[in-house]
Design a protein around this ligand. Structure first.
Ligand code: GLU
Length: 472
């Protein structure tokens, strides 16, 4: 048997992290078993489905690298097929027309609730001959008794009594097939062997199994993935920050970090935290996914992103960083090679956005010194070292502006003043970067270049002249 999984989002919003995790699990399971992964867009809800959502979903999948082998298939293009199946069910007596008026159904519901019963259709039209030319819906004739066992790969055996499942509507009055019918037809036609989806669909599964059996199909295996919670224990929603995959991209997360984070939400392999996509494919098994919900933890995502930023190829990170520099109105071609900046800075940032912010000094002068850093390091005692450094840098030829030479100059000034490196390098760092944190001073000077270094030392000296005497 060739494993075939599908991701079947409804395009009523962006691709959110819960959907992305489901897609990842479907993808990994198919890849692990040398099978196929199908993308199906469930756009039958014409009022809520939009082309922008379809695009956002496709964009999210592409960004994450979750490539599918077939699709995207669109359910709106398969209405004829669903209707043919509904007609077949009608002809075989496995479905029937129902013209119960809204008022009757509403009264039924209220009476059942008053009796503390679960609201369900009472089968009133099962034996009626409803005029096909009058408005009506079509209902599936659900088996009246017996039990449907959902043998779930994550949750184990979950029994559902047929008497709890009513005759669900498979075609609306307006002629549109409903979700449960179209999913069943698609899963059968697309030869899906494993349905991996959110556990909010668990109660649909016995209904879908009954329809599949009525159509003469063996149901696929099911795996219902528990939901993702926010850090406060409530279901993850916009309230908890970004939930859209594309928002994570825009905030400067790497796709491999988000995938790594998502695979660990509910799945583990010993204490291992970092998984390449190849390792995920080799190790992932849907049966190992946790039954209980997992909570989204942004700190952990940040940690993973930092790990990936640090270890990825600097030229690739530079490419991804470029638009984030652009958002700060910085054109990286006007300064040092962005890949060199990445090499020097990657370990210091959690996201590309942060990396861009802390690297802006390589391309343009900062406006203000960081107050605390300036108070601590730009004091009267720093004037002499800065003046000496300025004079020494000024004498350096362009080709000598290398980390080695620069380091030697700073060391020499410290020796001349009979002080330690820190007393010289820290004021210099604040002068060049605006704050007390940066890569090694030699690399920092190298990235900033001679002209800006001299200019910024002058600015620091001017600051000292005015405020260097203030008590810190
Ligand atoms: N279209 C459904 C949703 O987005 C998923 C249906 C399924 O996976 O069976 O929730």
């Amino acid at each position: 048997m060739t494993v075939r999984t599908r991701f079947a989002p409804s395009p009523t919003g962006y691709l959110h992290v819960g959907g992305a995790r489901t897609a990842l699990f479907c993808y990994l399971y198919a890849r692990r078993h040398g099978g196929q992964f199908v993308l199906r867009i469930e756009d039958t809800d014409l009022e809520r489905s939009t082309a922008e959502s379809v695009n956002a979903i496709l964009e999210g999948m592409t960004w994450l690298g979750l490539d599918y082998d077939e699709g995207p298939f669109y359910q709106t293009q398969r209405f004829d097929r669903y209707n043919a199946i509904i007609d077949e069910l009608l002809a075989k007596g496995l479905a029937y027309r129902c013209d119960c008026p809204k008022e009757r159904l509403e009264k039924l519901r209220i009476d059942q609730m008053a009796r503390k019963q679960k609201p369900r259709y009472d089968g009133c039209c099962r034996l009626k001959q409803v005029d096909p030319n009058q408005p009506h819906v079509i209902r599936f004739r659900n088996p009246a008794d017996g039990v449907v066992i959902v043998d779930d790969l994550i949750r184990g055996r979950v029994p559902f009594a047929n008497e709890e499942l009513d005759d669900l509507i498979i075609r609306r009055t307006d002629g549109a097939p409903t979700y449960n019918l179209s999913v069943v037809v698609d899963d059968a036609d697309m030869q899906i062997t494993h349905v991996i989806r959110g556990d909010d669909h668990l109660t649909n599964t016995p209904r879908q199994i009954n329809i599949l059996r009525a159509l003469g199909h063996e149901p696929p295996r099911y795996a219902h993935v528990p939901m993702i919670l926010g850090d406060d224990g409530a279901r993850l929603s916009k309230r908890h920050g970004a939930v859209s995959v594309i928002a994570y991209r825009d905030q400067g997360y790497l796709p491999e970090a988000l995938l790594n984070y998502l695979v660990r939400l509910g799945w583990s392999h010993g204490d291992q935290e970092i998984f390449s996509i190849e390792e995920m494919i080799a190790l992932f098994d849907i049966g190992d996914v946790n039954k209980s919900a997992s909570a989204f933890n942004t700190d952990k995502l940040d940690w993973l992103n930092q790990q990936y930023l640090q270890h990825a190829e600097p030229s690739r990170i530079a490419r991804l960083l470029s638009p984030h520099m652009g958002r700060l109105d910085i054109d990286p071609s006007t300064g040092p090679d962005l890949a060199d900046v990445v090499k020097a800075q990657a370990a210091r940032a959690k996201t590309l956005t942060e990396l861009a912010e802390i690297s802006a000094f390589c391309y343009r002068d900062f406006d203000e010194f960081d107050e605390a850093s300036a108070k601590k390091h730009l004091r009267l005692v720093a004037r002499e070292p800065l003046e000496k450094l300025r004079a020494a840098f000024d004498l350096m030829a362009f080709e000598d502006w290398t980390p080695e030479q620069l380091k030697r100059v700073v060391e020499r000034v410290a020796e001349e003043l009979e002080t330690n490196m820190g007393k010289v390098a820290q004021p210099l760092r604040v002068a060049i970067v605006g704050r007390a944190a940066s890569p090694g001073i030699d690399e920092t000077l190298m990235l900033v270049g001679k002209e800006a270094t001299l200019r910024r030392i002058d600015k620091a000296l001017a600051y000292i002249a005015v405020r260097g005497g203030e008590a810190s």
